[in-house]
Design a binder for this molecule. Structure first.
Ligand code: MRU
Length: 357
């Protein structure tokens, strides 16, 4: 029987008083848990993408701030540590959201009580993330059921918005796991997600571990698959959703949304409320992270001897541009699937979300 209970990306060890994460830069070849035990190590884990995915970035930062306060609980250090964590990655709004919640929980307290209060807040956010993703799964399941597909339901996804990107369940993959657990025949088209290949390296790994049938496809083949009628819906996550319903997600999402619209394929975005930036009026205002060109020009994989090796792909001296995210305009989104239900990607739809809470 399928269960998501034992799968998690970040755990708290109450005996060792330590945070442990799966180092996602080593997947799918090595599953290694790492201790995060100082502010610098937390910052490195986020910026180097040992942890990634908007919800997990936020929760990790919350624990990082709590950790920093165990060393120095002064207001100056609270502000310094928050700024250091906030600077690790610019796009996922969950980072700012989580840091503000932890800081808000401790500001008014005596320094001696701050570290414990911050840890409790981080643990609470972790628990809420699990519950919210499970709810997104249930609401998304209703949408999948409404598709009334005869035979296997073919779902396409991009990047990784599974339990590796959250704590458990995931956002975009939660409805898939719920459908699979309910006995629905599902198959997932996993878009490889160049340049870092989170689809191939993380999503396919997750789905295979759970026993969910999936096939990795090159990013560039997704439009053709839709054209051939081999995709019943697309579900992706989001790093920041603007108040008008524009969605920022991993680069390549926009092209899938365009192809989905052209081929009458529903395009769903699974988004916890923590990923909605109510202060951001449109996608045009969302900062798009630009990462190192080496992510495009080189690639790592297992060689014949089972060793991980990095190789150059391009001619020496080639230059590359590496925007990590793109904006999908609200009008291309069929629905935003949240922990409060499914809503239109529009100011009106988001106003309804606020009322539904
Ligand atoms: O650069 P990454 O791997 O952090 O990007 C992750 C994504 O784009 C995910 O789709 C998004 O964070 C949603 S995760 C539930």
């Amino acid at each position: 029987m399928f269960s998501n209970d034992n799968l998690c990306s970040l755990r708290w060890d109450p005996v060792g008083q330590a945070v442990e994460i799966i180092d996602q830069t080593l997947l799918p070849h090595t599953l290694r848990w790492c201790h995060l035990d100082s502010l610098a190590v937390f910052c490195h884990a986020i910026s180097s993408m040992q942890v990634r995915g908007a919800p997990l970035i936020g929760i990790t930062a919350a624990f990082g701030l709590a950790r920093a306060l165990t060393e120095d609980a002064s207001t100056e250090n609270l502000e310094r540590a928050s700024a250091a964590l906030l600077a690790t990655r610019p796009t996922a709004v969950n980072l700012r959201w989580a840091l503000q919640l932890v800081a808000g929980a401790v500001y008014g307290l005596e320094p001696a009580r701050r570290a414990e209060a911050a840890l409790n807040k981080a643990l609470a956010l972790r628990g809420e993330d699990i519950a919210n993703c499970a709810r997104i799964g249930e609401h998304g399941l209703q949408l999948l059921r409404a598709l009334q597909v005869d035979g296997t339901l073919n779902i396409m996804t991009h990047c990784n918005a599974g339990w590796l990107a959250t704590i458990q369940w995931g956002t975009a993959l939660a409805p898939v796991y719920k459908a699979f657990a309910a006995g629905t025949s599902v198959h997932v088209w996993v878009s490889e997600t160049r340049p870092r290949n989170q689809g191939m390296n993380l999503t396919a790994w997750e789905l295979q571990r759970a026993g969910v049938p999936c096939t990795i496809v090159a990013d560039n083949s997704c439009g053709q698959l839709m054209r051939e009628g081999r995709v019943d819906c697309v579900i992706v996550g989001s790093d920041r959703t603007a108040a008008n319903g524009d969605v920022c997600n991993k680069v390549g999402t926009y092209l899938k949304a365009l192809a989905a619209r052209a081929n009458d394929v529903p395009f769903y975005v699974a988004v916890p409320e923590s990923t909605i930036d109510w202060s951001c009026v449109s996608g045009a205002r969302i900062p798009i992270e630009e990462r190192d060109e080496a992510e495009i020009l080189t690639i790592a994989g297992l060689d014949a001897a089972g060793e991980v090796r990095e190789v150059n792909l391009a001619a020496p001296g080639s230059r590359a541009l590496n925007p990590a995210f793109d904006i999908t305009p609200a009008e291309l989104v069929s629905a935003l699937v949240t922990e409060h239900g499914s809503f239109a990607a529009s100011p009106d739809g988001l106003a309804r979300l606020k009322l539904a809470k």
